[in-house]
Design a protein around this ligand. Sequence first.
Ligand code: CA
Length: 698
Amino acid sequence: MGRLLKCAAVLAGIAIFASLAQAAAPPRPVDGARIANADSEPGQWLSIGRTYDEQRHSPLKQITTANVKNLGLAWYADLGSVRGVEASPLMVDGVLYVTQPWNITTAYDARTGKVLWKYDPKVPVKYARIACCDIDARGLAAWKGKIIQATLDGRLIALNARTGKVIWSVQTLDEGTPWAYTVTGSPRVFDGKVLIGNAGAEAAAPGYLTAYDAETGKKAWRFHVVPPNPNTTKLTKAEEMAAKTWKGEWWKIGGGGTPWDSIVYDPVAKLVYVGTGNGGPYNQVFRSPGGGDNLFLASVVALKVENGDYVWHYQETPGDQWDYTSTQPIMLADLQIGGRLRKVAMHAPKNGFFYVIDRLTGELISAEKYAPVTWAERIDLKTGRPVENPISRYGTTPISISPGRGGAHNWHPMAYNPAAGLVYFPVTFSADIYAYDPNFKQVPGGIIQTGSHQSNMPEVRAQLRAVMPKPQNYLVAWDPVKQKEAWRVNYQRNGSGGLLSTAGNLVFQGTADTTLAAYRADTGAKVWEMPVQQVPIAAPISYMLDGVQYIAVAAGYGGGRAEMAYNTVEPDVAEYGRLLVFKLGGKAVLPKVTIANPTLEPPPRLTGSVDDVLVGGELYAKTCSGCHGDEARGGLKDLRRMSAQTHKDFQNIVIGGARKERGMLSFADVLTPAQAENIHRFLIKRINDDWIELKNAK
Ligand code: CA
């Protein structure tokens, strides 16, 4: 290049730089002050719940109850993902960041959908078999030019927000422990620290929450949900208090309690609130023989942000034995209750009670059933403890208890509309069957360890199911001050998604009818609905650019709720997940795509004896039910709807690993081909049993 030309190029570069600088001042980095003042920039969505209180309420009001009928698709992007998409996007300074199954994270131009970068952390496929409830990722955190994500295999990774290049990466799971951990939650950044928990209570893995320096990834502090072995570890004061509530050698059997989702922050009180997981094994007899509350399982725990020191806890399900996690989204608000302004945390955990807790002291203000509940009569406000139904601590006789293991409310984000004074969340009225399993043996590293016979007694289940209440699925609007339901929207099918509230008096929800719907926040009247070929189970967000308000949702059916869908037929959803972005007057059209559930095809003829089918059923319960549902009803992939080709390929898939890229790994390490054949026989029998029902379902 000649000197003159070079000079011209430099000048042109300066000119371009100057015009860019004029067009847009470089955005301020996302930091604590910016998130704490999120209401001053309502067009952005800077953190997972938009604000630190995670109310998921957008102050934008261009879209109203009057004009929402004109809402249409602005643009969409194929994610190319199969399985559940649970993450809400972030929208920071014109860029939309989305993470999807296998923790693949993509940055899009939020106006046009143009891909700016994509990052694949290459999570080993084996984690699909370790995860209890799908290969989920629930979100991202933005911090000072970085996008921070957690991966299924336990890494915390900080990416350059402009380029997607790795800045730092740290493994958050202790190596050398026998426990089958995964990480599915969204990291949060508070006070310059990134916080992340873990999952694995189904495998009895003892949970912990860890904080890292957001700039370097250096570990800052860790809080153990289950106290460590007091013989080998010097316990903190809080751990000593917790250890008194356990019996036997709990550290050998794990204990569970993994805090896999909710972590929220009060920047004024400088307190972090974490929701903890269920007991593992489920049946307390095995993890703490003789009882006890087993702190800090199934609790909301408040910790000091600077060092992780314990401040208070409120245990929602003392001595849990029904898989009642308290990991469900915690939401903060300031409410007028009894003539006083109370700083509260609101919570609708799996166990069916809606709790309002003083977030400064941990005092229980109120608790009422938001769904039919049989394990407890009520919560005693004097003691703060549940008044349990004595038969719910099950023995060898199987009994049906509500809610079931999937919970009356699971991970789906709640939203709060301050004008209506209502909290919105999806409810499933469910029951499960529990009984003491006399043959239970602890297998450290095993994946599903319950100690209760809830899924491997098909005959008993069938008998009890016949007398169990019919499941109901609905969106509820809950008044947290009056502690009662304001309105509900019923759904025929299980599995509708998380919520967004907007100042346009609207709430948005993906529905199990494969639509995105909008309801009036005050009355629940449906004001808009659009078919989207998917169930958007994640919560939508809203943002504004160039004076245009958008609604965005990443859509892909799956997750734990889908696995628990024993009682319904799976929705016919598009084979791949998509990112969907809407605006008023949007005219984009979704192309028709292949449906994941193919046309129902009759199964091959059943061969083998009654015993083969029974043996196959027991193997199914141990090996397959975690992902494919109890009794093969629903689940991640409804096996009653296998195509003729899948039946032919059964051995290739189960033993040969022919579908490992989709997360269906080979089970050759735990099943012989003959055992796989018996599982196949059990499934063929199941299809025949349900044939009329399957044919009559849409
Ligand atoms: Ca669980």
